[in-house]
Design a protein around this ligand. Structure first.
Ligand code: G3P
Length: 233
């Protein structure tokens, strides 16, 4: 089984600069909300700024149109900005229409795609049918967002990994990571990629503390706070 690659889920240029240098990070994922949060005014200019910083590691840049012909135009344009780009296409548009035809068309043109906002096994099956067995592709399953509403991502990811196993070019990405332990889960499930915000990457890079150390640290921290507050009984 190949190792689970860690991507950084961020659009902030300074953070990308910092994490681009770190070997723990194999690539980057962005989305329109992260671009907005990063303060991007012109999508194209900002993306090109990111591409100047991150020249080799894969970076996903998402289309933001809601109709298929506009999405296609944006996808072609985004793809032309660099060789390390995965064009992110949502699995449906806001009206609920499956983007399958477009996925197939772009995949045929050998454009690397990251199919995003995926939540179900049925969606994975449909997407997989639109992808050939040569062009590098990613399917991003939003584990955290489903866990946020009480749904278990584990069986869905497990099935997705199984369904795409015969295609070496298709990778399952654990998206919307909520806690460091998600990295362990994604590894156990054979996920090829997990994308995480910087804070979680920092924690994962410090994995390995023993139970004894954890106990001591916990007790020490309580003691320190009790002293700081001058607690008395
Ligand atoms: O970039 C896609 C995904 O990782 C977003 O995560 O935290 O907004 O649910 P989040």
């Amino acid at each position: 089984m190949s190792r689970t690659k860690i991507f950084c889920d961020i659009a902030d240029s300074k953070t990308i600069k910092e994490f681009n240098k770190k070997s723990i990070v194999d690539g980057f994922t962005t989305n329109p909300s992260l671009m907005r949060k990063a303060g991007a005014k012109s999508y194209e200019k900002y993306s090109k700024l990111l591409l100047k910083i991150c020249r080799k590691k894969p970076i996903s840049l998402e289309v933001f149109a809601d109709n298929f012909s506009e999405m296609e135009k944006q996808a072609l344009k985004i793809n032309s900005w660099g060789k390390n780009i995965y064009v992110k296409i949502p699995v449906i548009n806001s009206k609920g229409k499956f983007t399958g035809k477009l996925i197939k068309k772009l995949n045929k043109k050998k454009i690397k795609l990251n199919i995003t906002a995926v939540y179900t096994v049925a969606q994975v099956k449909k997407i997989n049918r639109c992808l050939d067995n040569k062009t590098k592709s990613i399917i991003s399953i939003f584990s955290g967002r489903m866990a946020d509403v009480g749904k278990d991502p584990v069986p869905i990811i497990r099935k997705a990994v199984q369904l795409t196993r015969s295609k070496n070019n298709v990778e399952i990405l654990w998206a919307s990571t909520r806690e460091p332990y998600n990295y362990t889960q994604s590894k156990q499930l054979g996920c090829q990629i997990i994308t995480m915000p910087p804070k979680i990457i920092e924690k994962v890079s410090k994995f390995g503390k023993s139970f004894n150390e954890l106990t001591k640290d916990t007790v020490k921290a309580f003691l320190t706070d009790s002293k700081k507050s001058k607690f008395k009984i």
